[in-house]
Write a protein that binds this ligand. Structure first.
Ligand SMILES: C[S@@+](CC[C@H](N)C(=O)[O-])C[C@H]1O[C@@H](n2cnc3c(N)ncnc32)[C@H](O)[C@@H]1O
Length: 446
């Protein structure tokens, strides 16, 4: 029998996209969201990752974090090979940044990094005319980019100028540079344990810090670690674990945790035996707090309310972890450096002052009030306390002693407040180094 006639016009089978392209596309979308639309990464990440195969999720996170952490450096290298900014739109921009990040900082073969970025450009209507340019520029980065990188030694390059100028003013040029350098590295995985810190450090292959936190070099999926499903610990930066401890012995005391979600400090207070009322105005974040309580088998009264109008209490002690610019958490949230604006800090400082007044009104006579923020900005830290003490001179600061929380004395200010910086707690291994930048002050309410 004669073979069937093969038509020349017969459609070809679809060509499978090269492995890794889907992860790059999602990473490019997330980078565009942060850099071109000022969208916080947390808001977009869950939905974006849901669209990616599980095995690619860590890769997407790594790609996005590397581009955001080394954004200034990547632009400086790329600009050496571009005569002027190309008009290929946000997708071309993200494709170039992603390509350069993989070539210079990640373990991706140069040819794959170039090819995947060219494909990202080809698939976008505004960028496709510049796919050839992307190819040429990224080949140059592969050939000469490492030499260009070696000449870029200023750590401030990866920090927006306005933020760097603020830190130089507040902390001096040397410390500001150390902060910026610390932001270039991925933070360790810090765990707060219910008990037996030494035992958990041993079991998980980590280290028990003097503050009581168990620190691991960040790797792998957290829910897979021993003790997660039993609720033996929760993830919490070592600095973030300090403010709740400033309330002292809370066993049996009524404590309000204001602005509580997702609940790291609520869990600490509940584990220490406090009768906790956890207040937050964002229901979705409170749902995570409830899940955290359920997993750790700890108890707290959860209230969805605006602290400014919350009228519970009075309480033996109050912790206010106020909403802030979060510039102390850039190691963990590198998008913060690129999404926050100077005017955000002024607006947040106003809200913090109002929240502080309300928090102070909820404390029983003789009780303690701890105010904290994960910000490096003076307006959100010491200046809030100075202004509060001017408004309410009857309140008194109860100075913090390093020894009571296992802190380094360098973390305590002359006024007796806590001020941790990302460049604190250095370790020869960058994966085990650093702290979130936290400010905390402790007051007695007469
Ligand atoms: C820094 S986060 C809190 C982190 C939390 N304390 C922890 O340790 O996990 C700030 C929280 O303040 C909440 N918030 C902001 N403004 C608020 C307000 N006026 N009343 C109540 N909660 C507020 C936000 O929803 C957010 O969850």
């Amino acid at each position: 029998m004669a073979p069937p006639h093969r038509s020349a016009a017969r459609p070809r089978p679809p060509v499978a996209p090269p492995p890794g392209l889907a992860a790059r596309r999602v990473a490019a979308e997330l980078i565009e969201g942060v850099l071109h639309h000022g969208r916080p990464l947390d808001e977009a990440l869950d939905a974006a990752l849901a669209a990616v195969a599980e095995r690619d999720r860590a890769l997407v996170r790594m790609l996005v974090a590397t581009v955001l952490r080394r954004h200034g450096t990547l632009r400086a290298v790329l600009s050496r090979f571009l005569t002027r900014a190309p008009k290929g739109g946000p997708r071309l921009d993200a494709a170039l940044l992603l390509g350069a990040a993989q070539i210079l900082f990640l373990d991706v073969p140069d040819h794959a990094a170039v090819d995947l970025s060219v494909r990202l450009a080809q698939a976008d209507h505004a960028a496709r005319h510049y796919a050839g340019l992307a190819n040429a520029v990224l080949r140059k980065v592969a050939g000469e980019g490492r030499a260009a990188l070696a000449e870029l030694t200023d750590p401030g390059l990866d920090t927006p100028d306005w933020l760097m100028a603020r830190w130089v003013k507040t902390y001096g040029a040397e410390t500001a540079a150390a902060i910026a350098e610390a932001h270039r590295h991925e933070a360790a995985l810090d765990l707060s344990v219910k008990d037996d810190g030494a035992g958990w450090a041993d079991r998980l292959g980590g280290r028990l810090l003097a503050t009581g936190t168990v620190r691991l070099a960040a790797k792998g999926a957290v829910p897979q670690l021993a003790g997660f499903s039993d609720g033996a610990w929760w993830v919490q930066d070592a600095a973030a674990a300090l403010p709740a401890r400033l309330l002292g012995a809370v066993n049996g005391l009524a404590v309000a945790d204001l602005c509580a979600a997702p609940g790291g400090k609520t869990l600490q207070l509940a584990a220490a035996g406090a009768i906790v009322t956890a207040v937050d105005r964002t229901e979705a974040r409170l749902e995570r707090l409830r899940q955290n309580l359920a997993r750790t088998r700890l108890d707290a009264k959860v209230v969805c309310a605006d602290v400014l109008t919350f009228d519970g209490g009075p309480f033996d002690a109050v912790l206010l972890d106020a909403p802030c610019s979060a510039t102390g958490t850039i190691r963990r949230h590198p998008d913060v450096a690129w999404t926050k604006r100077p005017q955000d800090i002024a607006a947040l400082a106003e809200l913090q002052a109002a929240l502080l007044d309300r928090a102070a009104a909820l404390v029983k006579p003789g009780g303690r009030l701890v105010y904290c923020t994960c910000s490096l900005e003076a307006e959100e830290g010491p200046r809030q306390i100075a202004a509060l003490l001017e408004r309410r001179p009857e309140l008194a600061r109860l100075p913090i002693l390093a020894g009571e929380i296992g802190a380094d004395p360098a973390w305590i200010t002359d006024a007796g407040d806590l001020r941790t910086l990302p460049c604190h707690l250095t370790d020869p291994d960058p994966a085990m180094s650093g702290l979130d930048g936290f400010f905390a002050a402790r007051l007695i309410v007469p």
